[in-house]
Design a protein around this ligand. Structure first.
Ligand code: ADP
Ligand code: NG1
Ligand code: MG
Length: 439
């Protein structure tokens, strides 16, 4: 929906004119999957699809949230002062906005502010497609409240705040999505590192395009526990390896932290995984025996509300994926300087295979898109975002884009997917979030 129409709708629905517009883009991750929460750098770009919110103070003490797609996303309201007390464990769409608002409110000294705020939300990011509609919503709401109530937090502050506050929805993600949405630079990929958050723009080689292809399999991360299971497996792998290396395992939370303490290269970390862990899944009993700890302690130190009942842990494969993917990201970033697009493509395809076989976060549809693309002449192809559905990203030379898209159209968008070709588009690397004063 055009900005003028969103503003007009806000005025009709709330009886006043909005004061601010915030807009936060989605993203496509070029390489570096499921490693941000392990402490490793990733390389996404922001895309042209975004979430827009127009917002203003109202004369009540209520927080009112409306959506332009009101049939799909029903209106919500609560006392503004209660917004940060609400338990955000459900999957209703408005909970993502509450995560952003709660994050901003927590960042500030206790406030007695009771001004009401109204927001109208409109989005163009396909939900559950691995293009990070969830984080764009969280960031956009945080920006709207920050501007409307004049809190003055910077984009950098908000990136770290929103990364933490999106956890209230129930997923234990890293900080990639919020950082790229708020801090992206137009026409550049961004190498993002964490703890502390650091961003380095990366020039992508000229002459290549990235095609995003929606597998048409929706993957809602707040439903089910696949995502948090991977986070838990990585944590347990790090702790078990720490114990086997004679370290205090309770002090280790991530595979990245373990590498830092051991002062070893990523290649050496892969050798340690291969030497110390077996390929068969570890049972809970075996882990307890190695860690020499009780079930209660293990649940407290290593698991979460959504994973406390997990009994089987594929530690070898998850750790191997993380260390090899971290090294592919470093390589990709370096190779961008020499513009060896064949090698960049191979790194993307290797990343997909690692996600498929070791991290087990792909699905048949994503594998099919990647296979069709490569056969049609793409340089590389991989799933993007959390996986289990959502989108693939395909790297092509400009001159091959038409043929690759034709082959995907002819072979993938057939049968029940006929007519869903709008789920395939060429991305432009867009700039990060903006806030406009409408008064
Ligand atoms: P992803 O971040 O990959 O898009 P998630 O499962 O993390 O997938 O988040 C998808 C959820 O975000 C949707 O189920 C919905 O609740 C919410 N959402 C996405 N887009 C919108 C929108 N335009 N309006 C309201 N809620 C939205
Ligand atoms: P999506 O695809 O938006 O669900 C998730 C995490 C990222 C990252 C990727 C996998 C959130 C908000 N996002 O992304 O931090 O871990 O999966 O690389 O949890
Ligand atoms: Mg998401």
């Amino acid at each position: 929906m055009e900005v003028e129409s969103i503003i007009k709708l806000y005025t009709e629905q709330f009886g006043s004119t909005p004061e601010y517009l915030s807009r936060a883009p989605g993203r496509v991750n070029i390489i570096g999957e499921h490693i941000d929460y392990c402490g490793y750098g990733v390389l996404p770009i922001a895309i042209q699809n975004s979430i827009t919110i127009v917002a203003g103070r109202n004369k009540t003490s209520e927080l009112n949230i409306h959506n332009t797609e009101f049939h799909r996303y029903p209106a919500f309201s609560c006392k503004f002062s209660a917004a940060s007390d609400i338990s955000i464990d459900g999957v209703s769409w408005h909970n993502y906005l509450l995560c952003g608002i709660k994050g901003v409110l927590e960042h500030l000294p206790h406030t007695t502010e009771v001004t009401g705020v109204s927001m109208l939300v409109s989005g163009t990011i396909p939900p559950g497609a691995g293009l990070s509609s969830s984080s764009a919503l969280v960031c956009c709401a945080a920006l709207a409240v920050n501007a409307t109530l004049k809190y003055g937090l910077s984009m950098q502050d908000l990136a770290s705040t929103c990364a933490k506050s999106e956890h209230y929805i129930g997923t234990e993600g890293g900080g990639m999505d919020q950082a790229i949405s708020l801090l992206a630079t137009e026409n550049k990929a961004m190498y993002i590192q964490f703890d502390p958050l650091r961003l380095e723009p990366v020039e992508l080689p000229i002459g290549i395009s990235f095609i995003v292809v929606n597998s048409c399999v929706e993957s809602n991360k707040a439903v089910g526990n696949q995502f948090n299971t991977r986070v838990a497996e990585c944590r347990v792998a790090a702790q078990l390896l720490a114990k086997l290396e004679g370290l205090e395992w309770r002090e280790i939370r991530t595979l990245g932290q373990l590498q830092e303490i051991l002062k070893l290269s990523l290649t050496e970390m892969i050798s340690i995984v291969e030497a110390r862990l077996h390929k068969e899944p570890f049972s809970r009993e075996e882990i307890l025996a190695i860690l020499k700890t009780s079930e209660k302690d293990f649940i407290q130190m290593s698991l979460s509300a959504k994973t406390k009942d997990n009994i089987s842990f594929s530690l070898y494969q998850r750790a191997k994926h993380v260390y090899s993917e971290a090294s592919r990201v470093c390589r990709f970033k370096e190779v961008c300087k020499s513009s060896d697009v064949i090698l960049l493509g191979a790194l993307m395809t290797n990343s997909h295979n690692s996600c498929r076989y070791d991290y087990e976060c792909s699905c048949k549809e994503l594998d099919d898109i990647c296979e069709i693309s490569i056969k049609a002449g793409a340089l590389g192809a991989r799933l993007t975002g959390a996986g289990w559905g959502g989108c693939a990203v395909v790297m092509v030379k400009h001159e091959h884009a038409g043929e690759v898209m034709k082959q995907i159209r002819d072979q993938f968008f057939v049968g029940e997917r006929t007519g869903k070709e709008e789920g395939m588009f060429v991305t432009v690397s867009s700039s990060g979030a903006i806030v406009l004063d409408l008064m």
